[in-house]
Design a protein around this ligand. Structure first.
Ligand code: SF4
Length: 374
């Protein structure tokens, strides 16, 4: 059996499903219903792909969280990018962003209207474009969580070393822990435990979740993306809940350390500083983003062009905000699959490869029978 297959072994999966069923029954006997938020969009996709939701007891629910960087990007950010294209800048972006709705348009429509929007497969492509178009300004759409921030911010490092001045970042970097804190502080959202993200945790370390266990008595389990990782994670959460414990358990120790990746953290601190950030549907969360330090203002598109990003408007019928907060399953959105589909996305949650609505659209769901309110 190869390395990956070991994490997909059906016999082991059955054992975990049996253990989860036993623990779920024990919790049900105590009258307890368990809401586990899977924070990461990659977990959401894996849970759909492997049918994990369907394997859980009726009183154990997995609800999706704000773990897709495209989905949490505010429409105002897209508006700002379109405005920069209107000033003649070349926009360089990862592919998912080009169909994300702004307040009134998106980057695909911007391109049709003559905007120069280029899809990149690596951040350093922005430098290549800048070098081959020295008479133009290149703006890289710098979104992402802790996982992708370092490679993206390396554009600045590369530009400085290569003497390239015509490239800048339109930043909307987001930090996961402040968002998790904001969700726990919202008493309308039912979260009993966090299934913590894998890749983000490799950077920030499992210690980042310790305050949630200590202050909110919420078990936090860091898990990988394979089916056995997720089942093992759910099993660990239920075991803690049965013992009325709340602690951080790192079940992805083959990748994640308690302190995370100090080199990546130092790199972020070298170029970036905490800023308040707007999360689509959630609003402004203090110190939940990272912006370029003042000494790098020449590479900060907002400052370079004097065009600050403002909060935008999302489609009136789109419930992405509630989906991102785990308050609503996509199936309960009136537009889901009738008006809003991957071919005609109304909100970013249907656009992104890690979006919750896209995951629900793609994979069969027991939620279709169950309604949708969490
Ligand atoms: S189904 Fe579409 S419109 Fe509804 S919340 Fe999801 S993305 Fe928004």
């Amino acid at each position: 059996m190869n390395y990956i297959d070991a994490f997909r072994d059906p016999a082991v999966a059955k054992q975990f499903v049996r253990l989860i069923a036993e623990q779920g029954r024990a919790l049900a006997d105590q009258g307890r219903r368990v809401h586990i938020m899977e924070v990461c969009g990659s977990h959401t996709m894996a849970i759909g792909r492997y049918g994990i939701r369907e394997l859980l007891p009726e009183n154990v629910e997995l609800i999706s969280g704000p773990g897709c960087p495209v989905c949490v990007t505010d429409p105002g950010y897209i508006d700002a990018a379109i405005a920069l294209a209107g000033k003649g800048a070349i926009l360089a972006t990862f592919g998912d962003m080009i169909r994300v709705p702004g307040s009134t348009s998106n980057l695909t429509q911007c391109r049709v209207s003559g905007g120069d929007v280029r899809v990149c497969y690596s951040p350093s492509a922005a430098i290549e474009i800048a070098q081959s178009h020295s008479d133009r300004e290149i703006v890289f759409l710098a979104i992402g969580f802790e996982t992708t921030i370092v490679p993206v911010v390396s554009i600045v490092d590369e530009a400085i070393r290569a003497g390239v001045r015509n490239v800048s970042l339109l930043t909307a970097f987001k930090l996961v822990p402040p968002a998790l804190h904001a969700l726990l502080a919202d008493t309308e959202i039912k979260i009993d435990a966090y299934l913590c993200p894998a890749h983000v945790s490799a950077i920030i370390g499992s210690q980042a979740y310790e305050p949630f266990a200590a202050d909110y008595h919420v078990p936090c389990v860091v898990a990988g993306f394979e089916p056995l990782d997720i089942l093992y994670g759910v099993n660990g959460i239920l075991a803690q809940m049965l013992k009325n414990e709340a602690r951080v358990e790192n079940q992805y120790a083959r990748v994640v350390r308690r302190a995370g990746n100090p080199k990546a953290q130092a790199r972020m601190a070298q170029y970036l500083e905490p800023v308040d950030a707007v999360w689509r549907g959630i609003g402004v969360i203090p110190s939940s983003g990272l912006g370029l330090r003042p000494e790098f203002a020449g590479y900060d598109a907002e400052k370079k062009f004097g065009m600050p990003v403002h909060i935008g408007q999302q489609h009136a019928g789109c419930r992405c905000g509630d989906v991102i907060k785990g308050k609503l399953r996509p199936i309960a959105c009136p537009l889901f699959s009738s008006v809003c589909t991957p071919d005609n996305p109304i909100g970013p949650c249907m656009v992104s490869a890690e979006g919750t609505c896209a995951a629900y659209f793609k994979y069969a769901l027991r939620d279709v029978q169950q309604g949708g309110e969490t």
